[in-house]
Design a protein around this ligand. Structure first.
Ligand SMILES: [Fe+2]
Ligand SMILES: [Fe+2]
Length: 221
């Protein structure tokens, strides 16, 4: 089985990840490259591990998490679909079997909230892990006045910490976020994240769990 460290060290993967970083920076969006993908990889795997899935499934989930945003090196629009095809070809070239490479492709092609749907355990875990990564370090452009920044940047700038908890005994997955309410109100957060949270809820349901959103120790959903 192809492992994540081998994929991370692959020259084609490194080059495409770097192109993704420059493309996203040129668009002025939040960080979508190595930091984000490493965190999403870890959390996607942790969700399935926490739910008792087999190690091979966890490993594929970590690979899907790491490669999920590489489609941004093609175009931001439809990056889930372009990234899915790119990842499939890279993994096949590196010797992964067709069944496993297809499972990664399916998950990546369904991670985005516009067209994504939880269609497998890996895709469901990836959706939740991706939406859970909200943090101030993701804002890369210089912000002169935090309060007049656009809502996406403010929501990220306000996020001091976010983490997932998986409770297999209670069939629950919770996204915990600590935000600085002087920068962004809980309502601002909700405005941006409402559709993402709905998708997270569906993804958790696919995994047989309930999804909760906890902001500053208050359970919102
Ligand atoms: Fe994405
Ligand atoms: Fe992402």
């Amino acid at each position: 089985m192809l492992d994540l460290e081998t994929i991370k060290a692959d020259e084609e993967v490194i080059t495409i990840m770097e192109m993704t970083r420059t493309s996203i920076e040129a668009l002025g969006f939040t960080e979508h490259s190595r930091r984000h993908c490493s965190i999403v990889s870890k959390w996607t795997g942790e969700i399935l591990r926490g739910l008792g899935k087999p190690p091979e499934r966890v490993q594929l989930a970590e690979i899907a998490g790491y490669l999920h945003d590489i489609g941004n090196c093609v175009n931001r629009q439809d990056h889930a679909q372009s990234g899915a095809i790119l990842a499939y070809n890279i993994l096949k070239r590196m010797g992964m079997d067709t069944q496993s490479a297809s499972a990664v492709m399916l998950a990546i092609g369904n991670h985005d909230e516009h067209y994504g749907t939880p269609v497998s355990d890996i895709s469901s875990a990836l959706i939740i892990a991706d939406k859970a990564d909200v943090h101030k370090s993701r804002v890369k452009k210089p912000i002169e006045n935090v309060l007049s920044a656009n809502i996406h940047d403010r929501v990220n700038l306000a996020a001091e910490r976010s983490y997932l908890t998986v409770d297999r005994a209670r069939d629950s997955i919770a996204l915990n976020i600590e935000i600085d309410t002087a920068i962004c109100s809980v309502m601002d957060y909700f405005e941006i994240y409402f559709s993402r949270m709905q998708l997270c809820r569906k993804a958790a349901e696919f995994l047989g769990c309930k999804f909760s959103l906890i902001i500053n120790d208050t359970r919102l959903v």
